[in-house]
Design a protein around this ligand. Structure first.
Ligand code: CTP
Length: 212
């Protein structure tokens, strides 16, 4: 860890677009140096005061579902080289869990999530803004596989949620943030050329500050 201002990289894109793959590809290159990943998903608002049935009614694809003030506070703390207590989100209970994860400040901060480019305050903290652009048919296929295998959902519930919430919110809030991206990466995590270009760009910035 150096004294320079950490580099903040925002990685946005629709649900199932491959943000996690892009994030992991970049993370794996720099993990021996100094990189931390902050997932916007972990900053869903605490809903422990609501009954479980009420939590099911929440629109998780709307900007107001996130505790963006806390996320901004934490990024600012990391930029000041201070550790933060990252919340942990429980997808089965639809609320924040009681544990937290201590995140130490690092030279590179990757902020990943569907709506990380939506809030101007977050955008202003970013040095590089990416949008992972993957066709809707591939995104829904990935979402069905993931939500059934990893989040304990049924096929009917995934399709209902997609049509009633995920798709309209994508069109209203996520897709328009593409205009803020410095780089649009087509076809998510499988675009090795785009990821190599990103890695080269990050290395150049870090080397110019004598970090790598
Ligand atoms: N979500 C949900 N239930 C919750 C909280 C969130 O179904 N209790 C869903 C939201 O509908 C939102 C999605 O989680 O669309 C956000 O995660 P997503 O972007 O799909 O996952 P990542 O793994 O971060 O991204 P990618 O698939 O692009 O790798």
């Amino acid at each position: 860890m150096t004294n320079r201002r950490p580099l903040v990289i925002g990685i946005a894109g629709g649900s199932g677009s491959g943000k996690t793959s892009v994030t992991n590809s970049i993370y794996n290159v720099f993990k021996d140096h100094s990189v931390v990943v902050i997932e916007q998903d972990y900053y869903y608002k605490d809903q422990s005061h609501l009954k479980f049935e009420e939590r099911l009614e929440t629109n998780y694809d709307h900007p107001l579902a996130f505790d963006t003030d806390l996320l901004i506070k934490h990024i600012n703390e990391l930029l000041k080289h201070c550790p933060v207590e990252k919340p942990v989100y429980d997808y089965a209970l639809h609320t924040r869990s009681s544990e937290t994860i201590t995140i130490e400040p690092k030279d590179v901060i990757i902020l990943e999530g569907i709506l990380v480019l939506e809030d101007a305050r977050l955008r202003d903290l970013m040095d590089i803004k990416l949008f992972v652009d993957t066709d809707a048919d591939l995104r829904i296929i990935r979402r069905i596989q993931r939500d059934i295998n990893e989040r304990g959902r049924t096929i009917d519930s995934v399709i209902d949620q997609y049509l009633s919430v995920v798709r309209p919110m994508h069109n209203q809030f996520i897709e328009p943030t593409k205009r803020y991206a410095d780089i649009i990466i087509p076809e998510g995590g499988h675009n090795e050329v785009a990821i190599d270009l990103m890695v080269t760009k990050i290395k150049t910035i870090l080397e110019s500050e004598d970090v790598v």
